[in-house]
Structures are given as C-alpha cells and as structure tokens.
Design a protein around this ligand. Structure first.
Ligand code: ADP
Length: 274
C-alpha cells in the first residue's frame, strides 16, 4: 500500500490546558481531495497549523511526507484564512503570484524569465491567466482568492492546504474556485477547510469532521455519526433534527441504516435547557 501523505496518530493539542483536539487519527493519501469541516471553534485551523508545523503536537504523532511537520515546506502550498487582507493591495496579480517564490527571500520584484513562466503556469492552472496585469484591489473576492491559490501553486506543491477559501465568496466565485481545485492534476493532494457542509456534494474524495475529535467519512457523503459529532443528537420534532434530516434528504449525508435510525430515535436531546 502507498505511504500516506499525512498520517496522524492519537494527536492531542491544548491551548493553556484547554483541549482543542484530542484522540485525532487521520490518514490522507496522495491525490485525495479532502474537505475538513466542523463548527467554528472545533479545531480545524489548529489541525492545519499542526500539519504545517506551526504548532507542535503535545501528544501523539504527525508525519507529513513521512517526516515531522515543517521538514518539507517546498512540497506544501498554503492558502491561509482571512485572505481579505489582500483587498486593498495595489500590486498586480502576477506580482502577487510571484511572491509565492520570493517567500522568505526578501529580494523585491526581480524575477527571471523562467520564474515568470512558472507564474503563468500557476495562473493558468488557477484559471486566472487573463487577470495577470490587473491590480488585486480591482478584482472580486473570488478572483483574488484564485490569485492566492495560484501563488500557492507556483512552486508546484504536492500538497495544497487551504483554510476556508470559500468564505465571503459569492456562489459563482465559489464554483470557479472548486473547479480550479478539482481540476488540479491527480498528483496534487488538496486539503480544504470549510464550514460549508454543501461542499461535500462536490468532488471531494473524503470528508473529515472536526469537533475536538475527528471522524472521517471514507467517501464524499457525511455520515450520521459525523453530524452527531458536529451538532449533537436531536429528537424528532426539534428544529435542528429537521435541519439535519434535510441534509440526509438532499443526499449530503449517507442515509442511516434501519439500526442507526432506531438508535437515533432513542438518543437524548443535547440542547441545554432554557
Ligand atoms: P476552527 O478553525 O474550527 O474554528 P480553531 O482551531 O481556530 O477552530 O480553535 C479551536 C479552539 O481553540 C477554540 O476553542 C479556540 O478558541 C481555541 N484557540 C484557537 N487559537 C487559540 C489561541 N491562539 N489561544 C488560545 N485558544 C485558541
């Protein structure tokens, strides 16, 4: 069996003794397109920062490309959260993409012809080559986000990690970004954080639900166990139960088995009493 790109065993992490993640086991293979979903505060960004080597595991082990996180930065492209910080940025799209090469080098805007070709290739892959001479502050949120994806792609990373790339992007822009990501070649592994459950209807190969603990779906549909991890269990008649049922009906969730349905009907309501 092929070695996984990311392997996480019994990972735990706490901020000042407040646990953010515990007992996390994850395996991600080459070419996977993984959606990491879960409620706000569930630990998704913490998990990404651990994978990138920006935080150290306090328990358990993470291997990325078979080595401790942070050992192979050139093989990883990262699109961080809150990319709106680029909104007022007057540089051209091409300059921003070229910054993906300059990271850490601080050498201004002197680039060789082959580096400019690499930028063109990355913009082509992100579907934004026609925008290369436009200034970033003239572009829509979705276009800016795809420029930032091109910036992360310029080093031709084998692993692309994106933290909430679809937040604050209109439906057309979201679709363009998803097409860009699903259209990447089969060797590029994509790990995308999103709190939009609808994302799972797209071409993801697996979903990981994170809420202090992590569960993987083993496919592109959420499972009832993942919904319970993220939102708790709710009795029939409760509005949250109706909302979760809608997800099952729209086939985002794998339909529960007859056994699971019986179990669900008898599970306790987890809302705090008012
Ligand atoms: P998510 O990305 O799913 O919204 P985070 O990983 O950002 O979740 O946060 C997980 C938990 O860790 C939350 O309770 C959050 O308040 C806490 N947390 C995140 N970053 C810090 C930090 N730098 N210091 C203290 N607590 C933090």
């Amino acid at each position: 069996m092929q070695a996984p790109i990311i392997e996480i065993c019994e990972l735990a992490y706490a901020y000042d003794n407040t646990p953010a993640l515990s007992g996390v086991n994850v395996r991600i293979n080459r070419g996977d397109f993984i959606a990491v979903i879960g409620p706000n505060g569930g630990g998704k960004t913490t998990l990404m920062r651990l994978i990138l080597g920006l935080l150290e595991p306090q328990q358990g082990q993470i291997l990325v490309f078979g080595a401790p996180p942070g050992s192979n930065p050139a093989r990883i492209g990262y699109v961080p959260q809150h990319s709106n910080t680029t909104q007022g940025f007057p540089a051209s799209a091409e300059q921003v993409v070229l910054m993906g090469l300059a990271q850490g080098k601080r050498r201004g805007f002197r680039f060789t012809a082959s580096e400019r070709e690499a930028a063109d290739r990355a913009m082509q892959r992100a579907g934004v080559l026609d925008l290369r001479h436009r200034r970033l502050n003239e572009l829509s949120g979705g276009q800016r986000q795809r420029i930032l994806i091109a910036r992360a792609l310029i080093t031709q990373p084998e692993l692309l990690i994106l933290d909430e790339p679809l937040s604050n992007i209109d439906p057309y822009g979201r679709q363009c970004i998803l097409e860009t990501l699903t259209g990447l070649d089969a060797h590029t592994t994509v790990v995308m954080v999103s709190h939009d459950l609808g994302i799972t209807a797209n071409a993801v190969t697996d979903i990981i639900a994170v809420n202090h603990y992590a569960l993987s779906a083993g496919g592109s549909k959420l499972t009832p166990a993942m919904l319970a991890l993220m939102y708790g269990t709710h009795e029939a008649g409760c509005p949250v139960h109706a909302l979760l049922q809608q997800m099952v009906d729209s086939a985002i969730v794998e339909a529960p088995t007859a056994h699971a349905q019986r179990t669900h009907a008898t599970t306790e309501h987890t809302h705090e009493p008012r």
